[in-house]
Design a protein around this ligand. Structure first.
Ligand code: SF4
Length: 216
């Protein structure tokens, strides 16, 4: 039976509140001190774990302490420095290219608007939303694999396209909750609703999940 919009909104609110109880301290797990460091860490985190990114960023940010240092660096050397995060050539190019634009076109400041952020080389909506939410307190959701998978399981979207998922969720969750929601779902995806082996038996939102596997 089709769920009414009203029921869906109620279910979404209840799920948000239950997950907030499960993971009250959920937050961005990338380590950074400035907007630019977060931008670099987020570019590095594509197809890589935050844990691995956090292993290399302390020495990386020491070696390249400013957007200028990244902008005018030897990109081959930078690629070597970020090698362990995978896709190192592409990521080095994105980091250098976006740093160059930030230095030469934005006075060294990371832009605070989606339209401008996505003009930076290698920066898509996911990275832009991360920076907007974490640094500039702009309501935003980071649509990663956990968000796509779990929001499909919860029947809040039926798309695998990150932008469509983002807009579906914007219509269901309150904008003040968007940033926290991302962190809650990521924690939930890592600890409970694990891909291919969800722990439905211990899941606090089992009664609100249309995909619950009741025998587990
Ligand atoms: S009930 Fe199962 S499928 Fe649904 S959110 Fe919880 S762990 Fe995931």
């Amino acid at each position: 039976m089709r769920e009414s919009k009203e029921k869906k909104l109620k279910r979404a609110k209840a799920i948000f509140e239950l997950l907030l109880q499960d993971f009250p301290d959920a937050k961005c797990s990338l380590h950074y001190n400035t907007a630019h460091e977060l931008l670099v860490a987020t570019i590095l985190s594509a197809q890589c774990t935050d844990k691995r990114v956090n292993q290399i960023t302390p020495s990386l940010f020491k070696k390249y302490p400013t957007p200028k240092a990244f902008a005018y660096c030897d990109v081959m050397e930078l690629a070597k420095d970020v090698h362990s995060c995978g896709y190192h050539n592409q990521k080095a190019k994105s980091i250098q290219g976006s740093s160059l634009m930030i230095v030469e076109e934005f006075g060294g400041e990371v832009p605070d608007h989606m339209d401008t952020l996505v003009k930076l080389p290698g920066v898509g909506r996911k990275t832009a939303n991360c920076v907007l939410g974490e640094i500039y307190n702009v309501p935003s959701m980071v649509i990663d694999t956990h968000m796509i998978r779990i929001m499909n399981l919860l029947n809040f979207t039926n798309s695998r396209d990150a932008k469509i998922v983002e807009f579906d969720l914007m219509a269901i969750f309150k904008d003040k909750d968007w940033v926290k929601l991302t962190h809650l779902i990521i924690e939930h995806g890592r600890a409970v609703c694990i891909a291919r082996r969800p722990k439905c038996g211990t899941c606090t939102i089992i009664n609100l999940c249309p995909s619950a596997i009741l025998s587990k």
